[in-house]
Write a protein that binds this ligand. Structure first.
Ligand code: ATP
Length: 479
């Protein structure tokens, strides 16, 4: 059932121009996607909502746009050259490739479904231990290949997820560089540049949105796990000792931000990492998870990265990265609280949360109940019929609205169908010009969620739509 919904989302994304597979005419590239005309708008609005909350409305956060290519030593200092691997295993019979830990996790889920709860729990417990012997567990539990059913596995190998390329014309080890696997390091190496140029004092943060690249072993599940994706990250620099308090603060703030996008609270939860799940740099980590059609999954991570990154960069670069506190006259390496969200994953969450189907007069209506601030198109303008001066009047209104909102004009087909096409892409309001418009200058404004229509005078239209945008609240009709 849940997967049916997932497939509907994928097909809607393609049909209506939200997301396309990259290089589709050549058979596609695994785990890489292109955003179409409506997708690019939705993505931009999510990015803007993040930037507004994290930079514009704050006095203590500055923005940054660091380059994707960085000095290769950065990735030695960050621990990615040494430690950013995933365990890989292949089926010898059908050549399918899996992430060994995910293969075991999915096997445990299948055991659970078959009511072999004891066995499933024992497996999960062993799996979550540090340096769990994945190859031995696959053999011990006789895990079959999910694709062909064989039990003929290669050894488990470690595979580094960073993409490599060469800087300049000579392809040798001296010119080897990486595409960044996270945006955070661009912030750390610019810590002093930003602080000195803005005169910020601790506590303060640096925010950036940008591409990150990970050569994921299996990039599946549409834009949930991609090889090229976008992150929205903020690193907040604090005085050691105040880090736990700031960690709690940012966890709450970020949780509230997701609610502010109109996401259903019952589909959001926090997941705290146990000591065995913590990344090498983290003292504490909590994921904000969303209940996707594929289950509960992370959309954002809040991490207490301690002084790990700045200390390592100090050591590897030989530069002093301490902060000098002008009041206490102390110098120290700040602790960092990181908030790290995936833009594409947030996009998928927003779509999954907004998607709704309902029966209206015996016909199915698909509607994206998007928050209007995120909707790719804010308002549609329709002449009821293509004669009697209605199109001319409608076009005039369309041109006037365009200067204020992303507006879409449509004069083709039955009015009901035009409404449905807009419902399906989440357009919150549709303005129709009819015979009465020509007499008294009023138009109808139809609301996407309630489908109610109201007559509004043409002169008041912009003001009316502005007010609707301001006071919009999610309506939980249809579940
Ligand atoms: P996962 O366990 O799902 O691989 P992660 O714990 O490695 O994710 P982080 O390194 O904390 O993820 O990255 C922060 C955020 O970046 C994630 O919460 C997610 O939203 C996003 N992200 C990470 N990897 C991908 C990916 N391959 N495709 C899309 N988004 C991603």
């Amino acid at each position: 059932m849940a997967h049916v919904l997932f497939e509907k989302l994928v097909s809607l994304c393609k049909r209506r121009g939200f997301v396309f597979q990259s290089s589709e005419i050549y058979g596609g590239v695994g785990g890489v996607y292109d955003y179409g005309p409506l997708g690019v708008e939705l993505k931009r609005h999510i990015r803007e909502a993040w930037w507004t909350a994290m930079v514009q409305l704050r006095d203590d956060i500055e923005g940054l746009d660091a380059a994707i290519l960085m000095h290769p030593r950065v990735w030695e200092a960050s621990g990615h050259v040494e430690g950013f691997h995933d365990p890989l295993v292949d089926c010898r019979r059908c050549k399918a490739r899996f992430r060994a830990d995910k293969l075991l996790e999915e096997f445990a889920e299948r055991l659970q479904k078959k009511n072999k709860t004891g066995q499933a729990e024992a497996l999960l417990e062993q799996l979550h231990q540090k340096d769990a012997p994945l190859g031995a567990l696959i053999l011990h539990y006789e895990v079959p290949c999910p694709t062909c059913g064989a039990r003929d596995w290669t050894d488990v190998r470690q595979f580094n997820l960073m993409f490599r390329t060469y800087l300049g014309p000579v392809e040798d080890s001296a010119s080897l560089i990486y595409l960044r696997p996270e945006t955070a390091q661009g912030i750390y190496v610019n810590f002093h540049n930003v602080k000195d140029s803005t005169r910020q004092k601790i506590p303060f943060g640096i925010a950036q949105v940008g591409k990150a690249f990970r050569n994921e072993i299996v990039a599946r599940q549409f834009i949930f796990r991609m090889r090229e994706f976008e992150q929205m990250e903020m690193q907040f620099f604090v005085r050691p000792g105040t880090d736990e308090e700031w960690f709690r603060y940012w966890l709450q703030e970020r949780y509230r931000w997701h609610l502010g996008l109109g996401i259903r609270p019952e589909r959001l939860r926090l997941h705290e990492h146990g000591p065995d799940e913590l990344a090498h740099y983290a003292k504490a980590a909590v994921d904000i998870q969303y209940h996707f059609p594929i289950g509960w999954q992370e959309v954002e991570g809040i991490h207490n990265r301690t002084d790990f990154d700045l200390s390592r960069h100090e050591r590897y670069s030989g530069k002093n990265l301490k902060y000098f506190d002008p009041e206490t006259q102390e110098a120290y390496i700040p602790y960092v609280i990181e908030t790290s969200a995936g833009l594409d994953r947030t996009f998928l969450m927003v779509l999954a949360d907004a998607y709704d189907e309902e029966l209206v007069e015996g016909e199915q209506r698909v509607v994206l109940r998007l928050h209007p601030k995120l909707a790719p198109i804010k308002v549609a303008v329709f002449p009821l019929v293509n004669r009697d001066g209605m199109p001319e009047r409608a076009e005039r209104i369309y041109r006037a609205l365009k200067a204020h909102f992303r507006t879409f004009y449509d004069d083709k087909g039955a009015i009901g169908r035009r409404y449905r096409r807009m419902d399906e892409v989440g357009t919150p309001w549709a303005v129709t010009i009819d015979a009465q418009t020509l007499q008294d200058g009023t138009v109808t404004v139809r609301d996407r969620d309630s489908m109610r229509q109201e007559r509004v005078s043409e002169e008041r239209l912009i003001e009316y739509l502005r007010a609707c945008l301001e006071r919009w609240e999610p309506q939980r009709v249809g579940g």
